[in-house]
Design a protein around this ligand. Structure first.
Ligand SMILES: [Zn+2]
Length: 310
C-alpha cells in the first residue's frame, strides 16, 4: 500500500514539473498541444463596458512631441483561428521579461483560453506587458456582420475578465484591454465605428517584416537589420508570439541589440500614445495599401478558417 502511495506521489511531482509555472517553453506551449475548443467563452459579455472613444481610424505610428526621444512600441499578436490551436512563444516572452523590455500583447480571446496559465503569468507582469484585444478567433473585421464583430470583441473582453478573476494574486490587476488590433490588418469604415463605440482604439503598425510568416531562423540578423532600418522614433512594430511564424525569438534578440545600441527605448502602446499625436489611416494594410485584401478570400467568409461555416 505504502509503495503505491510513494509511486503516486512521484507521478504527481513529475507531472507538476512538466506543467511548470516558470517562463521556460514546455510541451504545453507548442502548437496544437491542446484539443481545439470551438465553444464560446463561459461568459459572453464583460462586466465592465468601456466608454466609447473617438473614431481615429487605424493608428499606424505616433509622431512624438519630444524630437530627442527615441521611443518605440514592440507589439506581439497571439492569436489562433476557430479551426485549430496555436502556441505560446515563451522563448520570446522570457527574453523580454529577463531583459525588462516592455511590450504590448494583442491576444485573441480563444487563444487566451487555450493558454490560460501563461496569460495569468503575463498578467502578474503588468508593469512590463500591456494586454490588448485581437478578436476572439481572428474574425476579419472587413467582412463580418455587426453582431459577429461585437461577439468577437466582447467575448475576448469577457475572457480577459474570466482569466483575471481566476488569478490568486489580486494585487496585480491589469486594466481591461483598451486597444484593439485588426486580424489580417483588415477593416471597413463601419467596423471602425463599431470598435470605437465599444471603447477600443485600433492599433496597427508601421514596421512589419513581410507578413511575418516565414522568418528564416538563419537570417535572424539580416531580418533584424531590415526591421531596424524601417524603425523610427514613434514606430509600432508588428511581431507574433504564438509560434506560427518561426524564428521570432532569435529575431527579437538581434533586433533589441541593434535598437538599444542606437539609443531606442521600449514603451507600451498606451504609453507611446501619451507621447505624441497618432498617425492614422482609414483602411489597414501591412506595408502598402491593399496588400492584405487577398486574405479575405484565403481565410473564408468570416476570416476564421475555411472549415467553419457560420
Ligand atoms: Zn493575428
Amino acid at each position: 500500500m505504502r509503495k503505491y502511495f510513494l509511486i503516486l506521489i512521484l507521478i504527481l511531482i513529475s507531472s507538476s514539473k512538466a506543467f511548470s509555472d516558470d517562463w521556460q517553453l514546455d510541451k504545453y506551449d507548442l502548437k496544437r498541444a491542446f484539443k481545439n475548443n470551438f465553444n464560446p467563452p463561459a461568459k459572453l459579455r464583460p462586466d465592465l463596458n468601456l466608454e466609447p472613444v473617438e473614431d481615429l481610424g487605424v493608428i499606424r505610428r505616433v509622431n512624438l512631441r519630444d524630437k530627442n526621444l527615441k521611443a518605440v512600441a514592440l507589439t506581439f499578436d497571439m492569436c489562433e483561428l476557430d479551426t485549430n490551436t496555436s502556441g505560446c512563444d515563451m522563448d520570446t516572452l522570457k527574453f523580454l521579461r529577463d531583459n525588462n523590455i516592455k511590450a504590448t500583447l494583442f491576444m485573441g480571446g480563444k487563444w487566451m483560453r487555450t493558454h490560460e496559465r501563461r496569460v495569468k503569468q503575463i498578467m502578474l507582469e503588468h508593469k512590463l506587458f500591456e494586454i490588448a484585444n485581437h478578436n476572439w478567433s481572428h474574425g476579419n473585421c472587413a467582412i463580418m456582420p455587426r453582431d459577429k464583430l461585437e461577439d468577437q470583441i466582447l467575448w475576448t473582453q469577457a475572457q480577459f475578465e474570466l482569466t483575471q478573476a481566476s488569478l490568486n494574486n489580486k494585487n496585480h490587476l491589469q486594466q481591461i484591454p483598451v486597444l484593439f488590433r485588426l486580424p489580417y490588418g483588415r477593416n471597413s469604415e463601419s467596423a471602425l465605428k463599431i470598435i470605437a463605440g465599444l471603447g477600443l482604439k485600433v492599433i496597427q503598425w508601421d514596421v512589419a517584416i513581410g507578413e511575418a510568416n516565414n522568418l528564416d531562423l538563419k537570417n535572424a540578423r539580416r531580418n533584424a537589420q531590415q526591421v531596424s532600418r524601417a524603425t523610427r522614433p514613434g514606430s509600432i512594430l508588428l511581431f507574433h508570439a504564438n509560434l506560427v511564424p518561426k524564428g521570432t525569438a532569435n529575431l527579437i534578440k538581434e533586433l533589441i541589440k541593434i535598437l538599444k545600441s542606437q539609443g531606442y527605448e521600449f514603451v507600451t502602446v498606451s504609453e507611446l500614445l501619451q507621447l505624441g499625436e497618432p498617425e492614422c489611416v482609414r483602411i489597414g494594410y501591412f506595408n502598402r495599401p491593399g496588400d492584405n485584401v487577398y486574405l479575405d478570400k484565403k481565410f473564408g467568409t468570416y476570416g476564421t478558417g475555411l472549415k467553419i461555416k457560420k
